[in-house]
Design a protein around this ligand. Sequence first.
Ligand SMILES: C[S@@+](CC[C@H](N)C(=O)[O-])C[C@H]1O[C@@H](n2cnc3c(N)ncnc32)[C@H](O)[C@@H]1O
Length: 292
Amino acid sequence: MMEKIINKKQNAFGAKIPEIKEVFQNTDVEKYIIQRLTEVLEYLEVTDAKQVVDVVVKSAKHYDKVANYEKNIHQLFDQKRITQRIPIKLANRAQIMFSQIKPHILGHQVLDLGCGDGKIGELISKQGRHVVLADVYENGNISNIELPFVFTKQNGKLPFEDNFFDTTLVLTVLHHSNDPVEVITEARRVTKNNGRIIVIESVYGITEYSKNLNEEAQRLANLFFDHFYNRVIHYSEFEENKVNVPFNFQTPKAWKAFFEKYGLRQIKIENLGFDQPTVPEYHTLHVLEVRK
Ligand SMILES: C[S@@+](CC[C@H](N)C(=O)[O-])C[C@H]1O[C@@H](n2cnc3c(N)ncnc32)[C@H](O)[C@@H]1O
């Protein structure tokens, strides 16, 4: 069963994890959430987007228990058929991410660490590469993908030998993992010398994120939307099906220093921006060269 971190007070980098309702103590963040969430709902063709956002914000600010907010808003989104529209709008997500990483993949042996539904790995295997999927959670779609899938643990060694893979993908995984140091150290161990690790992360502290939010306010907005997408939209009453949200966000500068500390050279960074309209998180792509 996945270890859940939602009640922890600090993330892996020592930053405070506030309660969701505390995020609204910053009025700039509240305004930003209202604006972005309205845009997401309009993109999902919700006709009364403003009223729905009003209900979400009231519930997020005044819940007694966060679990009640998650459940109530999830039910509202189900009744209004909003939840059901998201997979349709997300249909080209894997293709978009594949196009982003394609120029940076090296060699034949590829590990997709934290593969989720495995669709990105599937597109890479169609290029003639050998792809291994690995995750701490078995996504319901994995059985539809004809690639080897390996269960891994939140903590501990990956079940692969040293220097096996030419390229390891860590795509929007680090902020979901309990121990990003262990994930990146293990990703490096199983990747060849001069091989690549490709990371996509949800970041904050970017000028073009929003002209009204400072660095900390952007972090709070990330926290709200990461929780909203993973715990409200993808709500589950079963503990083992709840998505791990330890909110391990960093700025691009801090990620670069982090990668370099653990023996990786960042040879390229790309600002992908808000590239997925249903999940309003700002993404960066980091191409890392393994140095051993
Ligand atoms: C946002 S999803 C991204 C899935 C996929 N990489 C993609 O971009 O479509 C994050 C994934 O990371 C996985 N994950 C979280 N912690 C992990 C860890 N320590 N090791 C491997 N996977 C992990 C989750 O189970 C989840 O499938």
